[in-house]
Design a protein around this ligand. Structure first.
Ligand code: ASP
Length: 330
């Protein structure tokens, strides 16, 4: 007898189920099967995800909360001046200002976000403070900075000499040209399922290098750069934010999972939607990169992107590893 039947026999269900019509009995058996859930698990975008996952795992492996794990995981990348597309050391906008975007979401639809925030090294923690200590969900620009200062965050210069030097070079011909996979952008998006079965996510970036002052990408926008639904799954995005916002990308991925798609299929469907829209608008696909990563309640995961070159990191009980997703443009 297979284990499912054994389990049901033990609790005295098989006889009752067998008395029903065949389809109903099968459905009942299916619904009563204990889920095998791969948890805890954490996923994050790009190679720097490996380090971030390691940090998050310290919390997840101790039965900690996914929300704490994703915050602490991405902070590691925000603090690293060598990572030039997130937090401290991030490339500035065309006026030489480092402006940061971040958002966070927990398993109970609590959300917090900051956009175009200057002078604060850890925008993700300011986003969490917006979520936990204000009646609002999003603060931007100077208001976000003022709030951060009232919460004890330190005002710092985030423009490192290296980023300043590159920006001065860029000023010579001042051409705004995000380069696919060359990391003059990139975001750390992290999603996790904790040992309690709860999902959370965090997303943080300095956005597109040399963007217009005031430009906001997808990363601080709930439903675009990050979305979590604790009944279904979570997803986060990286790449050209304008394209992700246009399709409310991560909300789309989670809704596709709700309709029964695997995380992998949900990501590829959402990427293909972006590809088709870009084509219909006469955009050159070679110049666009978008990557999604997704995780469902069972701890199954997937990823997909427009073009080769995107990577993501996964940490579960089997260890921490970098994976290369399938891509659309062959
Ligand atoms: N999505 C980010 C933005 O548009 C950049 C990136 O992830 O590459 O600001």
């Amino acid at each position: 007898m297979n284990s499912r039947r054994t389990f049901l026999k033990k609790i005295g269900v098989v006889t009752a189920a067998s008395a029903l019509a065949p389809l109903k009995a099968a459905e009942l058996l299916e619904s009563m099967t204990p889920l095998s859930v791969n948890k805890p698990i954490v996923l994050s975008t790009w190679d720097f995800g490996l380090q971030a996952n390691k940090e998050a795992w310290k919390i997840l492996s101790q039965n900690g909360k996914a929300l704490d794990a994703v915050e602490q995981g991405v902070i590691l990348v925000e603090n690293d001046p060598a990572e030039r597309s997130v937090g401290y050391g991030g490339r500035p906008d065309r006026d030489g200002k480092v402006t940061l975007d971040a958002c966070i979401m927990d398993h109970q639809y609590n959300i917090g976000s900051v956009a175009a925030l200057e002078h604060i090294k850890n925008p993700i923690s300011v986003a969490r403070a917006v979520m936990e200590r204000t009646p609002h969900v999003m603060l931007v620009g100077h208001g976000a900075l003022e709030f951060a200062l009232t919460q004890g965050f330190k005002k710092e210069n985030l423009l490192t000499p290296e980023s300043e030097k590159e920006w001065k070079e860029w000023l010579k011909d001042s051409k705004y040209k995000p380069i696919v996979n060359i990391e003059n952008h990139d975001t750390i998006g992290m999603i996790a399922l904790d040992a309690h079965g709860n999902l959370s996510g965090a997303c943080t970036t300095s956005g597109m290098a040399y963007k217009m002052h005031g430009r906001v990408g997808d990363s601080p926008i709930i439903g675009a750069g990050l979305f979590v639904d604790n009944e279904v799954g979570a997803a986060t995005a990286t790449g050209h934010g304008e394209e992700v916002i246009r399709t409310v990308g991560t909300h789309l991925v989670v809704e596709l999972m709700r309709q029964g798609h695997t995380p992998q299929n949900a990501c590829s469907e959402a990427v293909e939607r972006i590809v088709n829209i870009a084509k219909s608008r006469g955009k050159s696909l070679k110049e666009i990169q978008v990557g999604f990563i997704a995780l469902n309640k069972k701890g199954e995961y997937g990823a997909y992107c427009i073009q080769d070159g995107f990577s993501f990191a996964v940490h579960d009980q089997k260890g921490n590893r970098l994976e290369k997703p399938e891509f659309s443009l062959k």
